[in-house]
Design a protein around this ligand. Structure first.
Ligand code: ASP
Length: 312
């Protein structure tokens, strides 16, 4: 069996700038076979295709990048196969704790961590950005979520039998199944505005209260209007320590690297040295697309006016 944490040479899929809109999503990086063991691969393909369609629909109607990434991530959060929202990975206590972040082309950001009651964590992160003076709220209360006009759910809503079995296996060390997952989306709209969103239940069997890179602006999620929008998935501690999403954008800004060079060098410098695996999706304001990972596999998909594809 392939060790899910085994690093592979970086694999990437790249599309040149089109000058038009584009959307990229991911459904987590890990080991193909063990991710798929939750259910047949066709279900993942259709879940990814649904999420791409949700975001593409927004962009196709002339909507904003922020609306597109939000719509795509909501679709993945509602799908119990992916590690976000319903069906998120469970902590050692068997509970779901969600982290999420959004960032737009104006440099505005919103994030939540250790959320236990928001049905769609990405919408709460967006509410933090748009409806509060804050950028990051830990443990948003049900009253606050409802006060922003968003839905709450009981703890049981998030917990699926497949995730309970996965947690038991991981805690009993009966499996080498990937302990990670996470979903995310990046987009550029018809006016060249970029946005990024990431949402996760974290690592299977993580300690209660543990927060990974996904909601931390600059680590797992980052966007700059003149450079790129980035969403990452993988071993969160390394992405936090390497401030990976920000590092990619900084290499483009300060070193003049291309998007592909910036991702490759950041992975070499920040992740290889930490023996960490994962993946990154990115778009630029000009419509360039990149999907890259050094894990055995990554669930992903993209849309632009020239075509669409899902990787599962
Ligand atoms: N990066 C996430 C975390 O560490 C997990 C993942 O993407 O697989 O919480």
């Amino acid at each position: 069996m392939t060790n899910p944490q085994e690093r592979q040479p970086m694999q990437s899929f790249h599309l040149s700038p089109t000058g038009g809109p584009a959307l990229v999503i991911h459904g987590g990086a890990g080991a193909w076979s063990s991710e798929l063991s939750l259910e047949a691969s066709g279900s993942y393909q259709s879940g990814l295709a649904d999420a791409v369609a949700a975001g593409a629909d927004v962009l196709g109607r002339g909507g904003t990048a922020l609306d597109a990434v939000t719509a795509a991530v909501v679709s993945l959060e509602d799908n119990p196969l992916f590690n976000a929202g319903r069906g998120a990975s469970l902590t050692t206590a068997g509970t779901a704790e969600h982290d999420a972040a959004v960032m737009d082309h104006e440099g505005r950001a919103g994030a939540i961590a250790v959320s236990r009651c928001a049905r769609n964590p990405v919408l709460v992160a967006r509410a933090v950005m748009q409806r509060t003076p804050h950028a990051f709220i830990v443990g948003p209360s049900a009253d606050a979520v409802r006060g922003w006009g968003l839905e709450t759910a009981e703890p049981d809503y998030f917990v699926t039998p497949a995730r309970q079995r996965q947690l038991e296996d991981v805690l009993a060390a009966r499996t080498e199944a990937s302990r990670s997952g996470t979903v995310g989306a990046v987009a550029v709209d018809g006016r060249g505005r970029v946005a990024a969103a990431t949402s996760t239940g974290g690592m299977v069997g993580q300690s209660e209260g543990r927060v990974g890179d996904s909601p931390v602006i600059g680590a797992g999620t980052y966007a700059r209007g003149d450079t790129a929008a980035i969403s990452c998935t993988g071993e969160g501690e390394a992405y936090l320590q390497g401030v990976v999403a920000h590092d990619i954008v900084s290499r483009m800004r300060y070193a003049g690297s291309s998007l592909e060079q910036a991702v490759t060098v950041t992975y070499d410098v920040e992740l290889e040295s930490r023996s960490a695996t994962g993946g990154t999706i990115a778009v630029t304001p000009a419509g360039e697309v990149l999907i890259a990972h050094n894990s055995p596999a990554m669930f992903a998909g993209y849309w632009n006016p020239a075509g669409t594809r899902v990787f599962a």
